[in-house]
Ligand binder design. Structure first.
Ligand SMILES: NC(=O)C1=CN([C@@H]2O[C@H](COP(=O)(O)OP(=O)(O)OC[C@H]3O[C@@H](n4cnc5c(N)ncnc54)[C@H](OP(=O)(O)O)[C@@H]3O)[C@@H](O)[C@H]2O)C=CC1
Ligand SMILES: CC(=O)N[C@@H](CCC(=O)OP(=O)(O)O)C(=O)O
Length: 310
């Protein structure tokens, strides 16, 4: 059976990446709007209500507007924006981060794709908090760098126009929109302190959580954290866990190829009581389009890795 898929915002950065992953798939037929219709409310409404699956690749306000247009009770939605990531009636679309989440996505009508940075943070921290190895009441810090495609068409244009920008630290008011999602889905008592930066690479990100386990009063050491993450992700074809011993650097290149993988690393001092938990991923892959296609596969009852870049 072929399912109709409408990507609202289909010519934006994330929309094009999703299209790329679905183009050769016989299970899905893409519904498209002509250039002069793609922002016309009536045309979007018709496409939304004729589709089996709608993937929203829009700014938050336009994503909320798209949801308000749904009249067909059979239409199922994956929202790539941050509009519904902490909404109680939406399923958080991160299949691997918690036991039972994959099954919830499979059955869901409304799925919210995680943010790219939260995918790294939650992939590292949520299983360790859930298992009791890390405390819920610690004020976690998250240092992260992202490729500039993370900011969509506007930031891509800015990095093209202002060729002297090498790196841009931002989120300096400590109110980045990803903070509620990280706190909520890791089950934390406090907001995280989030320090994001964009660098002159098109895609890719490194998301780091540094922890002084000894000062935190955590009894577990680096080896325990690695073992817990390895156990949690043992069956995943998408998420890998690597003991960072012997690795001296992690690189992002200016033009890395797309990947839908999520790589988790645990670096430690010799005593194993100070660690740097690091996630490497593609903001447009597992951080956006790859994850949306994984959710679509699950919702359509297909192999979750079909069409992914692994
Ligand atoms: N880029 C990334 O790495 C990630 C992005 N996301 C999220 O995905 C969503 C899309 O981001 P991204 O692809 O980067 O953004 P882009 O700006 O690259 O693309 C957004 C697209 O939406 C279109 N659009 C805007 N308003 C409307 C509207 N009212 N009706 C129809 N189309 C509209 C834009 O049109 P026009 O072309 O005319 O501007 C554009 O094509 C955002 O919510 C973003 O936060 C999530 C994770 C990672
Ligand atoms: C580099 C850059 O600007 N990144 C974006 C996040 C991209 C992303 O994850 O999109 P969502 O916000 O929809 O999750 C930002 O920090 O706002």
């Amino acid at each position: 059976m072929t399912s109709n898929v409408f990507i609202d915002g289909g010519v934006g950065t994330t929309g094009l990446e999703i299209r790329d992953r679905l183009n050769d798939r016989a299970e899905f037929a893409l519904v498209s709007l002509e250039e002069d219709k793609r922002k016309v409310l009536a045309a979007r409404s018709e496409a939304i209500n004729s589709a089996d699956f709608v993937i929203l690749c829009l700014p938050d306000e336009a994503a909320k507007e798209a949801v308000s247009l749904i009249e067909n009770p059979a239409t199922r939605v994956i929202d790539a924006s941050s509009a519904h990531r902490t909404a109680p009636d939406w399923v958080f679309g991160f299949a691997e981060f918690r036991k039972g989440q994959r099954e919830k996505i499979t059955e869901a009508r409304f799925v919210s794709n995680p943010g790219c940075y939260p995918t790294g943070f939650l992939g590292l921290v949520a299983p360790l908090v859930a298992s009791g190895l890390l405390p819920v009441d610690w004020p976690y810090s998250v240092n992260a760098v992202s490729g500039y495609s993370g900011g969509g068409k506007d930031l891509i244009a800015r990095f093209a126009d202002e060729s002297n920008i090498g790196a841009r630290s931002y989120g300096l008011n400590l109110q980045h929109k990803h903070m509620p999602e990280m706190k909520r889905h890791a089950g934390l008592a406090h907001d995280v302190v989030f320090a994001p930066m964009v660098v002159r690479a098109y895609r890719g990100m490194l998301v780091e959580v540094p922890l002084n386990l000894a000062a935190m009063g955590v009894g577990a050491g680096a080896g325990d954290l690695i073992a817990a993450l390895e156990g949690h992700y043992r069956d995943s074809k998408i998420v890998s866990v690597t003991d960072g011993d012997g690795i001296n650097e992690l690189l992002l290149s200016e033009n890395d190829p797309p990947t839908d993988r999520l790589e988790l690393f645990v670096f430690a001092n010799d005593q194993g009581d100070q660690v740097r938990l690091v996630a490497r991923l593609d903001n447009l892959g597992k951080g956006a389009a790859g994850n949306a296609v994984q959710c679509l596969n699950l919702m359509a009852g297909l192999d979750e890795t079909a069409g992914l870049r692994l």
